[in-house]
Write a protein that binds this ligand. Structure first.
Ligand SMILES: [Zn+2]
Ligand SMILES: [Zn+2]
Length: 125
């Protein structure tokens, strides 16, 4: 008779996991809806096939600053995004707020000179 309880618990966990994933992906999805899929620096165009290479950059380097109008976001391909961060590594070094997160589109500070290192990172994610 009490068989419903187990089922409820299981779906609760699944729901929690899903909402965590949602939260991580939210600003990226919102940014992709808001802006055309074009790198803001090199103007490369993206489709759903290579959209993984298009990342959301936070203009003030604060990943928690996600205004709904998208004013803190800039869509950049992974190469331009890497450039953007290596130009301004100091600002990123002080960004500790999101270091606990596994690897979202903006956590690329261990890029090397090899651009494909970052690419495989993104694909894995
Ligand atoms: Zn670019
Ligand atoms: Zn960035």
């Amino acid at each position: 008779m009490a068989s419903n309880t187990n089922k409820t618990n299981t779906s609760r966990v699944a729901e929690m996991m899903r909402s965590q994933k949602d939260r991580e992906g939210t600003y990226r999805e919102r940014a992709l809806k808001l802006y055309p899929w074009i790198c803001g620096h090199c103007c490369r165009e993206f489709t759903s096939k290579n959209l993984r290479e298009l990342t959301v950059h936070h203009k003030d380097h604060n990943h928690d600053n996600n205004p709904p109008d998208g004013t803190n976001w800039e869509l950049l391909c992974i190469y331009c995004h890497d450039n953007e961060h290596s130009r301004d590594q100091v600002a990123d070094a002080y960004d500790t707020t999101s270091s606990a997160k596994s690897s979202d589109s903006d956590s690329d500070n261990d890029f090397t000179d090899n651009p494909f290192a970052g690419l495989s990172n993104l694909i894995k994610d």
